[in-house]
Design a protein around this ligand. Structure first.
Ligand code: SF4
Length: 365
């Protein structure tokens, strides 16, 4: 059988050799492994060859229009088409519409197939999935549930080609086996990149000590980096012990925890914070977060909010986002936030004028 695999929006990252390479999609790795074991002929990356079956996987919802546009062509090239992935599934309203991998594919390990398919020299996967926090803007609790659970062991994810491992766990520290992961990382002498934003509210002296004890790295193993989230000014979540709701004032928690990490030997400049903008914060609140992280000497990665349908330009209430949101993303991304005030950033003014023009035209008509 001829099989095509299209990981449509697999992002590219710069590796330790400065090469831009595809970031593995482990569902596609499973598909690849299953058909390889079946002796099928695999076309990856798929380039419109004539195939019996075409698998299309998408992570981000913004690819949906493009997939729909391309369907007439693919329907001519493939006898059967299976589309799935977080970007294709609908998590807007329960019951969610989710495409599952067929059980015979879902149950095989993505190791070593993902590594072979993407020709990567590092290990990648999840040791835990799920997240108890339940942020309204996030698909993870809807997709994987409001409780962390064990997926694989560190030792089973190691790629024999190197000792670098990437874990994509959504909330590593929250799982009771986190310390067990740390022990396995040390035992196998791995460098480790926790790829998702870690939950800074969960940092305790014990966790800070554990983080310091491992060789933590970025995606690029030459870089010392730990990722955290500073998505909201006030974070609410379910207390794992009591089941009640706890509220965190993140403007206080972030500096406290950065200081704690520093006390255990992790310098602030090793820390990078994902900062969600355009969801429920004002320009002043965004600037407060930027100032806070800049003063702490931590890095920032701005994330533009898009709703669960992939719609851009709206906030968490479905209203038009403030004019400052995109300009702020660019101000941070460009690194200018370290040198200039946001009010002096030309693009902010351009966005403000554009918005005013648009609003006055709407009033006229
Ligand atoms: S803590 Fe992270 S993974 Fe968990 S719900 Fe919030 S954004 Fe999603």
């Amino acid at each position: 059988m001829k099989i095509g695999i299209l990981d449509i929006d697999t992002k590219r990252e710069t590796n330790n050799l400065g090469r831009r390479e595809r970031y593995p999609n482990i569902a596609c790795g499973k598909i690849y492994g299953y058909h390889k074991l079946n002796g099928d002929e695999i076309f990856y990356p798929y380039n419109n060859e004539k195939v019996d079956k075409l698998y299309i996987s998408t992570i981000f919802t913004n690819t949906r229009p493009m997939i729909k546009r391309m369907m007439p062509l693919w329907e001519q090239r493939a006898k059967e088409i299976i589309i799935g992935g977080t970007g294709w599934d609908d998590y807007t309203k329960a019951p969610y519409t989710v495409t599952e991998l067929p059980p015979e594919i879902a149950t095989i390990s993505h190791v070593p197939w993902t590594y072979e398919m993407y020709n990567i020299d590092y290990g990648i996967g999840f040791t835990t999935r799920g997240c108890h926090v339940g942020c309204a803007f996030c698909v993870v609790p809807k997709k994987e549930g409001l409780q962390e659970y064990r997926e694989m062991q560190v030792k089973d994810l190691i790629n024999p080609r190197s000792n670098h491992l990437i874990l994509m766990n959504n909330n590593s520290f929250a799982h009771r086996d986190f310390m067990n992961d740390v022990e396995q990382i040390k035992f196998h002498n791995l460098s480790i990149h926790w790829d998702q934003a870690n939950d800074i509210t969960l940092v305790t002296p014990e966790i800070a000590k554990a983080l310091k004890s491992v060789n933590y790295r970025g995606y690029n193993p030459n870089k010392k980096q730990l990722f955290f989230a500073f998505d909201l000014i006030t974070k609410k979540k379910i207390d794992q012990e009591t089941g009640g709701t706890v509220t965190y004032d993140m403007m206080k928690i972030v500096p406290e925890k950065v200081k704690l990490l520093q006390e255990y030997g992790i310098p602030p400049y090793h820390l990078k914070f994902y900062m969600l903008i355009g969801f429920n914060t004002t320009e002043e609140e965004d600037l407060m977060r930027v100032d806070c992280l800049r003063e702490l000497n931590c890095d920032i990665y701005p994330m533009l909010f898009r709703d669960l349908n992939g719609k851009v330009g709206v906030d968490g209430n479905g209203k038009q986002q403030s004019f400052h949101v995109r300009a702020m993303r660019d101000w941070i991304h460009s690194g200018l936030y370290r040198k200039t005030d946001f009010k002096d950033f030309t693009r902010r003014e351009e966005h403000r004028i554009q918005r005013e023009k648009k609003e006055s035209q709407l009033t006229l008509f």
